[in-house]
Design a protein around this ligand. Structure first.
Ligand code: T1G
Length: 658
């Protein structure tokens, strides 16, 4: 074994130098890895007995990309482009043996090699735009030379991953190997000795019709709202067809360095590490999980059918319960409908659908849940209905089974307390549509046992959700912050702004939809019912805006009613002078004089209201970390990820730390 650095070693097999990168946990291209790789290539080139070189990763990952933790400091030598130039310009064949994820700089290493062979399970991506940057070591110039500009725009401007089979079809890979990948790569390197090596950088960019390039660009940028990196990625990939390789490579590097130090990149890095941190819940490190293979879902309405579908997607056996036989049939057909949609979109195939339906049982008898390991209720959001249900479930399910409530506003503690084993109760608050939305608030009730919470988190991860642990408070993290957002938005109305101005200001900030358009989409009746419930206990000294109540009394309940804060014609939202008149009338009724409010004030006040509520959640111990709050608002309420979330944005607004 030859050691090239702390994280890179090599061995010669059949005259081929096999270089292995071993930098747990993801073989990121740290300075030490880059040094080791460069030394290994130089060693291979200089050693006469070595005819070829193979690069691969230790463990199940090829290379997880540049070391993101190093982004806070200026790039240390050797920089990645220099390492990749050494690989590409090597006189001896270099083969990339892609044994798992090849991401960002990891795929760029493979693109600089003369051949790429991968295992079936390998995933390949240039996900840099998800970090607010662009590939910085040739990805935007070498990839289009292999797969063409439209396909490269699709991959780089969206950051989407492709599996080995698709990568082979696209032309990124030369072969997919089912057997011994390393042996196949060594043989491949030997077979290339003495042949003209294919250097991606020297390849011609395949010609593509302008309209195909434009179509790929507009498709990729359709969801880029306000983000700079996707636009820059498109510009650079286009440049590959317009400028010589070296010139465009330099422009790519300049752009990468500029974006790397941008606010958007800082925000998206915050989100990246926040997601990793959210999974770490103190006190659960050594807790033994309870086994969960069968999940019961009570209530197969909109939420329940979505929950059942994502449990089926995750390989669980699902028992779906409804009260009456017709409701059972309706519930089952809702799940089948969601699976049909997944089939149509190509997300699953016919065999996948059949397998899921085979693992689904639907029944009108609660008794069918006797063997369930976990039961999630998604019935009508009423305390007595849910409590009565949990008392019945408590008598049916096994003593070690877990009971979870999907309530979005009710206090789960009295529900738990009504059972004989409150320690086995927690909240699993899904977001609609439950089979699509990643966010899952995992609510730790007053008596929830550590292994129950840990098991809830493990189930969430298997459901491919982003679990955020929170304590018990009205609305948990998301809805409580959203209520503060709504409250401030309504204060702004009384002070002089109008719904369309507030929505435009937040959409400019990066939200896909402003607050009033969202209220109309969700329907105004739910919040109205809650305000009416709270009226008796509301603090009379607290500022209260009654405009929404008047809208609801006028039957303006939102999009599905054709009018709410806006009116809707053919689904298109229009400003309604009646609403403006109502707002002015309510101001006058309170003797309030409207003043001019700038868009900046709108944004600043909404952010401050969310951050203040977030700070309260932290001080009450409801949320464990400010970054958890950011993740909830980004993944559940459309807060733009490239702004980092309300807590991060508030910190940024304070300006650089002393
Ligand atoms: N750099 C540093 N740390 C990383 C890392 C990276 N690239 N990727 C993961 N980690 C850490 C992570 O924080 C966590 O740490 C641990 O590894 C396990 O991660 C020049 C500039 C590879 C698919 O965007 O997508 O290359 O919390 O929990 O679920 O053009 O990590 O344990 O302390 O996510 O098995 C491009 C990012 C970089 C890929 C593994 N690369 N990583 O998923 O584990 S930019 C990426 C991932 C770039 C070049 C540019 C995933 C993974 P801790 P994990 P996982």
């Amino acid at each position: 074994m030859i050691t090239f650095s702390d994280t890179v070693r090599g061995a010669v097999s059949n005259g081929v130098l096999l270089i292995e990168i071993d930098h747990a946990p993801v073989n990121a291209l740290s300075t030490d890895v880059r040094k080791g790789l460069l030394a290994a290539i130089a060693y291979g080139e200089a050693t006469v007995d070595i005819a070829g070189i193979v690069v691969t990763g230790a463990g199940s990952i090829f290379i997880g990309g540049a070391d993101i933790r190093e982004f806070g400091a200026p790039p240390a030598e050797p920089v990645l482009p220099a390492v990749l130039a050494a690989i590409e310009n090597a006189t001896k064949p270099v083969v990339a043996a892609i044994n798992g994820a090849a991401l960002g700089g990891g795929l760029e290493v493979a693109l600089a090699a003369h051949r790429r062979i991968a295992s079936q399970t390998a995933t390949l991506a240039l996900p840099e735009v998800k970090l607010g940057i662009v590939p910085g070591a040739g990805g935007t110039q070498r990839l289009p030379r292999l797969i063409g500009i439209p396909a490269a725009i699709d991959m780089i401007a969206t950051g989407r991953s492709v599996l080995a089979a698709e990568a082979l079809k696209l032309g990124i890979l030369d072969r997919v190997e089912d057997g011994d990948l390393r042996a196949a790569a060594v043989a491949e390197a030997r077979s290339l000795v003495g042949t003209t090596l294919r250097r991606s950088g020297a390849c011609k960019v395949p010609l593509a019709p302008t309209d195909a390039i434009d179509a790929a660009a507009s498709k990729a940028l359709a969801r880029a709202r306000g983000q700079s990196a996707p636009r820059e990625a498109v510009r650079l990939v286009r440049l590959s067809g317009e400028r010589p390789f070296a010139e465009a490579l330099a422009e790519e590097r300049r752009t990468f360095l500029a974006l790397r130090d941008s606010e958007q990149a800082a925000a998206l890095r915050h989100v990246f590490f926040a997601e990793r941190a959210a999974a770490k819940v103190s006190g659960l490190e050594d807790v033994k999980l309870r086994k969960v293979e069968t999940i019961g879902v009570v209530g197969l309405g909109l939420m329940g059918s979505g929950i059942a579908t994502c449990a089926l997607d995750a390989g669980y056996t699902v028992v779906g319960i409804e009260q009456a036989e017709d409701a059972v049939a309706k519930g089952r057909s809702r799940v089948e409908g969601l699976l049909d949609r997944a089939l149509k979109s190509g997300r699953i195939d016919a065999a996948g659908k059949a397998d899921r339906l085979q693992r689904l049982t639907t029944s009108g008898a609660l008794q069918s849940l006797a063997t369930a390991d976990l039961v999630i209720e998604a019935v009508f959001d009423d305390l007595s209905v849910k409590t009565e249900l949990f008392v019945r479930l408590d008598g049916i399910v096994r003593s070690d089974a877990i009971l979870a409530t999907n309530t979005s506003y009710l206090d789960p503690d009295p529900i738990a307390a009504a059972t004989t084993r409150p320690e086995r109760v927690l909240g699993l608050h899904f977001f609609s549509p439950a089979n699509v939305m990643r966010l899952l608030e995992v609510v730790r009730c007053a008596r929830t046992a550590p292994d129950v919470l840990a098991t809830g988190l493990a189930v969430a991860k298997r459901l491919r959700k982003l679990p955020i642990v929170c304590g018990v408070t009205e609305g948990f993290i998301g809805n409580r912050i959203f209520s503060a957002y709504r409250r401030e938005a309504e204060f702004l109305l009384e002070d002089g702004a109008l719904p369309q101005q507030i929505d435009a200001a937040t959409e400019t900030y990066g939200f896909a939809m402003g607050p009033f358009a969202v209220f109309d989409l969700a329907g105004l009746e739910i919040a109205w019912a809650r305000r009416k419930r709270q009226a008796a206990t509301r603090d009379p000294k607290a500022r209260y805006v009654d405009i929404a109540d008047h809208l609801c009394e006028a039957g303006r309940l939102g999009l599905k009613a054709g009018r709410g804060w806006y009116r809707y014609r053919d689904g298109k939202r229009e400003v309604d002078p009646e609403v403006t008149a109502l707002i002015e009338q309510r101001r006058a009724a309170k003797g309030l004089i409207a003043r001019t409010i700038s868009d900046d004030e709108v944004r600043q006040r909404l952010l401050a209201a969310m951050a203040a509520e977030g700070a309260a959640l932290l001080s009450e111990g409801i949320a464990a970390r400010a970054s958890d709050i950011d993740l909830v608002m980004i993944n559940g309420y459309g807060f733009p990820a490239h702004k980092g979330g309300p807590m991060f944005a508030a910190e940024q607004a304070k300006g650089p730390k002393a």
